[in-house]
Structures are given as structure tokens and as C-alpha cells.
Design a protein around this ligand. Structure first.
Ligand SMILES: NC(=O)c1ccc[n+]([C@@H]2O[C@H](COP(=O)([O-])OP(=O)(O)OC[C@H]3O[C@@H](n4cnc5c(N)ncnc54)[C@H](OP(=O)(O)O)[C@@H]3O)[C@@H](O)[C@H]2O)c1
Length: 411
């Protein structure tokens, strides 16, 4: 019999328990033995719950039980999830997590400890929920030099942007709707400020490029300032606005960015709507690949975690991941990239308008005192200098335009 424990009996932990119970016969057929959920660690009161007898409050019960071979960590946060995960690994138990914050910040340490202990630290559920992306990237695409990864990795923000486009909703109304449906948390800042996408992008960059990428080094912007007018200008010009995580290789490293982008309606990521996620990986041999599906939710996320159980038991000591910290200058500042940008100005003077048109490739709207243009490609500093030069007509809005494959900074 295989005995396992769950840390955190919330949305994801509850999903893992459900998959283990409902798909018990399927797992028994795979392993030729039963998988038994022996303990659930949680701080809440589960009196009367069908699984109440398995609830424990003290992590050391799990740590010290030699019968437990695999621990599912679904508590979230860094502490005490880090300490519990390290203790479980050092007690020779494989750890399976959905906790992107922990993997993005401490994955290198946890993978190294797991390799030393001869067990697995697995995190398929930490990016893209139920979408297989971690093992495809680390195994199936391993014959490639990955040249870029681009994705919509946060269902909450994608739902908000989709509602704004489909129903003409304001950002705050779309956010309230997402909260009412349980897609956004009461404090939605990690989602809408791009932090969640940034953590996931760093995990994918770690795997694709072999070094731990510190989220603090990634240019990260969210969607708080996107307005109905931005969405409508984008749509009229054949674009949608999407919060993208993007990282590409350069001659001497990589350049990651998380930001809202105009993306052509004809691009496959433009069709990823609502709470769905989509992640594209480009490899030098395979070309373009795309992964799509439910990026969150109890059952999809648990599906990825129980998939990791199979991996942990069938390949118990093959470390997957990255082992080194990135050398200096490996992670480059996305401010060096030259982007075309959408910019909207209100009531520019004649002279300001002339300067704006001189710097523009296309005019999207010139009506009722509003001038919306697509500015010629420029890096962040050149753009700042240009906008400062035409003050006080500072733009109402500036949003980068995504053109696949075109952002190689000058070395
Ligand atoms: N929800 C999703 O769809 C989803 C998808 C992918 C990844 N994730 C990630 O999965 C992790 C869990 O998310 P979730 O949505 O399942 O969270 P959740 O519903 O809040 O569940 C977490 C559970 O762990 C408990 N807990 C917290 N600290 C604990 C501690 N020190 N000891 C014991 N129990 C503790 C919580 O109790 P209290 O409520 O009392 O704090 C709660 O019952 C997070 O890292 C999240 O980012 C979630």
C-alpha cells in the first residue's frame, strides 16, 4: 500500500482527496496496490467532516511516520510551507506542490535537497493548474533550445479582460463580478498586479533556461489601469488586450516581462478567453507549441498533483529542474526592448499633436479631442523621453504591442 498525506485541506487539498477517492480504482490498476490518504494537516476545525479522523494539527506526525512516502503540499504561502517541505524531503518523502510562490522563490533549494535525499520535488500544478506544461517543458521538449515562452497564465485577469471586452464592463465592475464568482480573491492584488503571472513565468524560465530567475528582477506590470476605451481602441484596430508573461533568449541571457499587451486577434493566444490559460513554447527544433486548458480550480489542479504522484512513484529519484543561480547579467531588463506602443492622448495642442503624429506608425482614433496612435518601436527610456518632451499632454494610456519574435534587444 502507498500511504500519502495532504498539507492544507482547502480548494486544492480537498481536490486531491477527491481525486484519490473517486479515481482509486484507476490508481490501483496503475500501481497494483492501493493509495491510502493517511493524514490531512490543517488548522481549521473539521468536526463532523467525513475525513475528520485523518485530520492532524502537528506536522511532526507526518514527518515522523515512515509509512508516508509522498506529501502533497497545498497550504500556499512561503512559511511554514518551506519548512514543512524541507522536513518532509529530509525524511525521504517526495513532495508534490501547487504552491507557485514557494517554487518561484525556493525551487532551487528544494530541488537540490530532494536530489540529495533521493526523492522527488514536483510542481506540475504550480503553473497552468491542470495544463501539462512542466513535464512537457522539462522532458518532452528537452531536445530543444527553448527560444521563448509566452502565456496567459492567470485566469482571474483573463476573465476580467474578457468581461471588459465582451460586455463593455469597467475594470472595477469586471473585478467585482470575478470576486462574486469566486475567480478573484478578496485581496486580488497578486493577480491584477501581475505578481502571480510573474511567479509562474519565473518557474517556466527556470526550467527552460536552467537558472533560478528571481521574480524581483522581472519587469512586472498589471491590469489595474486598463480602461474600456483602451479595450475598444484595441478591438477597433484588430487587437485584444491580454496580460502576458513572456521570456525570450538573447545572445547572452534572457529577457522576461509581465505586462498587458495588445495582441492581434488572429494570434492563437488572443482566442484564450475567460478563466482559461494558454502557454506557448518555441523550441529551435519543434517550432511553436501551445498548451491550453483550465489554469486553476480544485479538480484540474488536483489532476496535475495526482499526475505528479504517478511520476514520483514511477521515477522516484530522477531530479527534474534547475540547480544554479543565474550569473550576473543573465536576466536582462525588458526596458531595453524596443516595443511599438498604443498611446492615447486627450486634448493635445496642435504642436503636441504634430509631435505625436511624427512619432506614430498609425492613428487609431482622432475624434472628440482624443488622439489614439500606435507609436513607432522604442525602448522604455526613449519612450519616457519622448512622452516627457510633449508634456503636459501626457497620455491617458500607454500599452505595449506584442509581435511574436521581434523583441531582441541590442547587445
Ligand atoms: N485554488 C486554485 O485553483 C489553485 C490553482 C493552482 C495553484 N493553487 C495554489 O495552491 C495552494 C493552495 O491554494 P488553495 O486555493 O487550495 O488555498 P486554500 O483554499 O486557502 O487552502 C489552503 C488550506 O491550508 C490551510 N493552511 C494554511 N496554513 C496552514 C498551516 N500552517 N498549517 C495547516 N494548514 C494550513 C488553510 O487554512 P486557513 O484557511 O485557516 O488558512 C486552508 O485550509 C496555493 O499556493 C495556491 O496558489 C491554487
Amino acid at each position: 500500500m502507498i500511504q500519502v498525506a495532504i498539507l492544507g485541506f482547502g480548494v486544492v487539498g480537498g481536490g486531491v482527496a477527491k481525486v484519490l477517492e473517486e479515481n482509486a480504482a484507476l490508481l490501483r490498476a496503475r500501481f497494483q496496490t492501493d493509495v491510502s490518504l493517511k493524514y490531512i494537516l490543517d488548522i481549521r476545525d473539521f468536526t463532523g467532516h467525513a475525513m475528520a479522523q485523518r485530520i492532524v494539527r502537528d506536522f511532526s506526525t507526518i514527518e515522523k511516520d515512515p509509512e508516508i512516502s509522498v506529501v502533497f503540499e497545498a497550504m500556499g504561502g512561503v512559511h511554514p510551507a518551506l519548512e514543512y517541505s524541507l522536513a518532509a524531503i529530509r525524511a525521504h518523502k517526495s513532495v508534490i506542490t501547487s504552491n507557485k510562490e514557494l517554487v518561484a522563490h525556493h525551487g532551487q533549494l528544494l530541488l537540490r535537497e530532494a536530489a540529495t535525499a533521493g526523492v522527488r520535488y514536483l510542481f506540475e500544478a504550480s503553473v497552468g493548474g491542470g495544463i501539462p506544461i512542466i513535464r512537457p517543458l522539462s522532458d518532452c521538449l528537452a531536445a530543444n533550445r527553448v527560444t521563448s515562452v509566452t502565456g496567459i497564465m492567470n485566469g482571474t485577469t483573463n476573465y476580467i479582460l474578457t468581461q471588459m471586452e465582451k460586455n463593455g464592463a469597467s475594470f472595477s465592475d469586471a473585478l467585482s463580478d470575478a470576486q462574486a464568482r469566486g475567480y478573484a480573491e478578496r485581496d486580488p492584488s497578486a493577480d491584477i498586479d501581475g505578481v502571480d503571472t510573474c511567479r509562474k513565468l519565473c518557474i517556466l524560465a527556470d526550467l527552460a533556461f536552467g537558472y533560478q530567475v528571481d521574480p524581483a528582477r522581472v519587469l512586472c506590470e498589471g491590469i489595474r489601469r486598463i480602461t474600456e476605451q483602451d479595450i475598444s481602441d484595441a478591438s477597433d484596430a484588430g487587437y485584444r488586450i491580454k496580460l502576458l508573461g513572456h521570456v525570450r533568449e538573447t545572445a547572452s541571457g534572457i529577457v522576461p516581462i509581465v505586462a498587458p499587451f495588445f495582441i492581434k486577434k488572429t494570434h492563437i493566444l488572443s482566442g484564450v478567453s475567460g478563466v482559461f490559460n494558454g502557454i506557448g513554447v518555441v523550441g529551435n527544433m519543434v517550432g511553436e507549441t501551445m498548451f491550453f486548458g483550465h489554469g486553476a480550480g480544485s479538480a484540474p489542479t488536483a489532476s496535475a498533483m495526482v499526475g505528479d504522484l504517478i511520476e514520483a512513484l514511477e521515477r522516484p529519484s530522477t531530479p527534474v529542474g534547475w540547480s544554479d543561480t543565474a550569473p550576473d547579467h543573465f536576466v536582462q531588463d525588458a526596458k531595453t526592448l524596443a516595443f511599438s506602443r498604443y498611446a492615447r492622448f486627450v486634448s493635445p495642442t496642435k504642436a503636441q499633436k504634430e509631435a505625436i503624429l511624427d512619432a506614430a506608425d498609425a492613428v487609431l482614433r482622432d475624434k472628440d479631442g482624443t488622439l489614439s496612435v500606435i507609436l513607432k518601436p522604442m525602448d522604455a527610456q526613449t519612450c519616457e523621453v519622448f512622452l516627457a518632451s510633449i508634456m503636459p499632454a501626457s497620455p491617458e494610456s500607454v500599452i505595449r504591442i506584442f509581435v511574436p519574435g521581434e523583441y531582441v534587444p541590442e547587445e
